[in-house]
Design a protein around this ligand. Structure first.
Ligand code: 5GP
Length: 201
């Protein structure tokens, strides 16, 4: 689909672990070559199959704190005892290239972006219920019962931020949810104040 706007849009996506948000944006990046994503910096150790620079930039706590001090982050937060942050340069680079950019960040980070006044589109991906979320986490197989309990509790807290978001995708079925996400992208690109920029009159 050709772009109708020349301005970069920042899309912030949040949602509980197990909501399916990562699957959705990964699919979007495959289809839309004019959307990029922000690779976050974290102090959490890499998981199996994760690659430095692709999934995250993995750094020591010392390095992360130094980056905070130098003002290199657009936002950062402590999530599940590890630091996570969005480097300012990710947004700057996307802007230079004229690409829209996706930030998959937690609710605290999203709220910090909102407070900072940066213009962004906020999308929340929710499971249809906490029970569905529990069952999805169980199916993953690699999550202990204790972790399932704690993640469900965290999810409950995260869901209380839903009203702060511009859009809510309830992920009952991945095909429908993906179509919802694409509709949001298209609707935002077609907003008159953006689309008008490519109108030649
Ligand atoms: P995970 O460690 O499972 O990849 O991510 C844990 C949580 O950290 C997720 O909710 C994810 O959205 C969030 N997260 C990832 N990168 C960032 C970031 O740069 N900033 C913030 N605030 N949260 C992040």
């Amino acid at each position: 689909m050709p772009r109708t706007s020349s301005e970069s849009i920042v899309f912030v996506i949040s949602g509980p672990s197990g909501s399916g948000k990562t699957t959705l944006w990964k699919r979007l990046l495959k289809e839309f070559k004019d959307i990029t994503r922000s690779v976050s910096v974290t102090t959490r150790p890499p998981r199996k199959r994760e690659k430095n620079g692709r999934d995250y930039t993995f750094v020591s706590e010392k390095k992360f704190l130094e980056m905070i001090r130098k003002g290199e982050f657009l936002e950062w937060a402590l999530v599940h005892n590890h630091y996570y942050g969005t480097p300012k340069k990710n947004i700057e680079n996307a802007k230079k290239k004229g690409l829209d950019i996706i930030l998959e960040i937690d609710v605290q980070g999203a709220m910090n972006i909102k407070k900072s006044g940066i213009k962004a589109v906020f999308i929340f991906v929710a499971p249809p219920s906490l029970n569905v979320l529990k069952n999805r986490l169980k199916k993953r197989g690699d999550v202990s019962d204790e972790e399932i309990r704690s993640r469900t509790e965290i999810a409950r807290k995260e869901m209380s931020y839903i009203w702060e978001y511009d859009y809510l995708i309830i992920n009952r079925d991945v095909e429908y949810a993906y179509n919802d996400l694409k509709s949001i992208i298209t609707a935002e690109r077609l907003k008159t104040f953006r689309a008008i920029k490519s109108l030649k009159i």
